[in-house]
Design a protein around this ligand. Structure first.
Ligand SMILES: [Cu+2]
Length: 119
């Protein structure tokens, strides 16, 4: 949520400051991730460092969470057909980041993981 708000503030600033500020904004890379007990698809996401990722998150069954460890991304994914969660993350740090479900969703919850690789 904080990340989303920051994105909104950045957008507002860009509007206030005019077109030149807009031109320096990276175009977000849209990545769709679907959650289903007990996995994320895709389970591995690779981007170049500096990429601004716009995650579009949906569930195929129940409520899930989407947390990227080591970042401030931690959002809820509503259950099937209740829409999508959009969260923006600026991948400015290279490394491997574990993504985990942050909402208890059943027996395999703790194993529900994916990997974000920033090269
Ligand atoms: Cu879970």
């Amino acid at each position: 949520m904080v990340v989303l708000m920051r994105a909104c503030v950045a957008l507002l600033l860009a509007v206030v400051l005019g077109a030149p500020a807009m031109a320096t904004q990276a175009t977000p890379k849209v990545i769709r991730v679907s959650a289903e007990r007990f996995a994320f698809t895709p389970s591995e996401i690779t981007v170049e460092r500096g990429t601004v990722i716009e995650f579009h998150l949906t569930s195929e069954d129940t409520d899930h969470g989407f947390r990227i460890l080591g970042t401030d991304v931690d959002v809820q994914i509503p259950k099937r057909r209740r829409g999508e969660t959009v969260v923006t993350y600026a991948a400015d740090t290279a490394g491997r980041f574990v993504i985990e479900c942050s909402r208890p969703c059943g027996a395999g919850h703790t194993a529900m993981r994916a990997m974000l690789i920033v090269k």
